[in-house]
Write a protein that binds this ligand. Sequence first.
Ligand code: FAD
Length: 361
Amino acid sequence: MVVEAGCILSAAKERAAEDGMFFPLALGAQGSCQIGGNVSTNAGGINVLRYGMTRDLVLGLEVVLPDGKIWDGLSTLRKDNRGIDLKQLFVGSEGTLGIVTAASLKLNPLPAQRATALVAVASLDDAVALYRLARRECCDLMSAFEFMPPTAFALAQAAMPDLVMPLSNEYQAYVLMEISGSGLIDVADLMQRFLELGLERSLVLDGVVAASESQARMLWNFREAMVEGQVKRGRHLRTDVSVPLSNLAAFVREAELQLAAELPECLAISYGHVGDGNVHLNVLPPVQTSEAERHAIIKRAKSIVNGVLADYRGSISAEHGIGREKMEEFRAALPPVQAAMLAAVKAALDPEGRMNPGVLF
Ligand SMILES: Cc1cc2nc3c(=O)[nH]c(=O)nc-3n(C[C@H](O)[C@H](O)[C@H](O)COP(=O)(O)OP(=O)(O)OC[C@H]3O[C@@H](n4cnc5c(N)ncnc54)[C@H](O)[C@@H]3O)c2cc1C
C-alpha cells in the first residue's frame, strides 16, 4: 500500500482493512501519529514480536533530500538486493537526513480470528518462560505478549474507574497475550490448549480468555489505561529500555532492588513487550512531591536504571528513539568509531546541516 507521509496511522490501517488486509503497526498514538513520523522513529508497538518494527514493514520510500532533490525509492518489491538498502538510512533517523514524503507499506492478510487472554504468573521469570513456550507451541500466530505487574490494575482503574478487574490482583505478575490468524486455524482452540499446557507446567496460575471482541477490548483497556494512570500521578521517570530476553527478569529485579533501596518512597513499575526484551521501567514519585523534588528524583532514578542497564549491555531506547530527551545519555555512551560513522553519513547527505541536527551536532 502506498501512502503519503501525512497519512494518520489508523487511517492507513482502516483503508487496508477495507480490502481485507492488515498493516500491523499498532500503538497508543495510532489515532494521531503519521506514517512519516512512524518511519522516522522506526515505531514499534504491541505486534513487533510477530511482524517486526516499522523498519520491517516498509518496502520503499520517497524522500526529499536536504539539497532539494527528490529520491524516488517508492518501490513495492518484496525482494530487492541491489546493494545498500538506502531506505533503511531514513527509517529511524528522526528527520536528520531528509523529509519522508511517501512510503510503500508491506501488508498482511487481516486476521479474521483473535484470541486474547489475561494470565496470572508467579514472576517475570515465569512470564519469560511462558513466552518461550508460546513461541514454540503457538509459532508465528502469537501477535502480542505484554507483561504487567499487579500495581498496573490500580493505576488503570485510577484512569478508567469503570474497569473491572477480571482476575485477583494478588498475583506477582500478569501477561496479556493475543493469538491471531485467518483461514483454517482455530485460534480459540489453540489458546485454550496452550493455557492448559501452561497450567500443566505450573507457569500459568490463573487466567481469563475474552469471550467476545468487547471483552478483549476491555483487557487491552487495562494495558492502555495503566499508562494514563501513571500520567495522573504527575511527572515521573519513563524509560523504554531493552536487554537480551535471557536477561530481562534479572535486569528488572536488580534495577527494582536498587531503586527500592535508594528511593523507597517511589513506586517503580515495570511492564512492556516481553518478547522484544523491551521494558518500560518507570519510577513514580509520591503524588504530593514538588516539581523541584521530582526533578531530583527522576535524575537519580535514571542514573540507577542506566547503571544497571549498562551492566546488562542494554539499550536506553528500545522503541522511542533518541530525540532531545535522550541525546545527552546517548552521546555520553557513544563509541568513537560509531560516532565517526554517524557523522560521515550525516555529512554525506546533509553537509550544510539543513535537517534536524540529531544527536551529533
Ligand atoms: C500514547 C502513545 C503511545 C505510544 N506507544 C508507542 C509504542 O508502543 N511503541 C513505539 O515504538 N512508539 C510508541 N509511541 C511513540 C510513537 O511511535 C511516535 O510518537 C510516532 O511514531 C511518531 O509519529 P508522529 O507523527 O507523532 O511524529 P512526530 O512526533 O511529529 O515526529 C517524530 C520525529 O520524526 C520526525 N519526522 C516526522 N515526520 C517526518 C517526515 N515526514 N520526514 C522526516 N522526519 C519526520 C520528526 O522530526 C521527529 O524527529 C507512542 C506515542 C504515544 C503518544
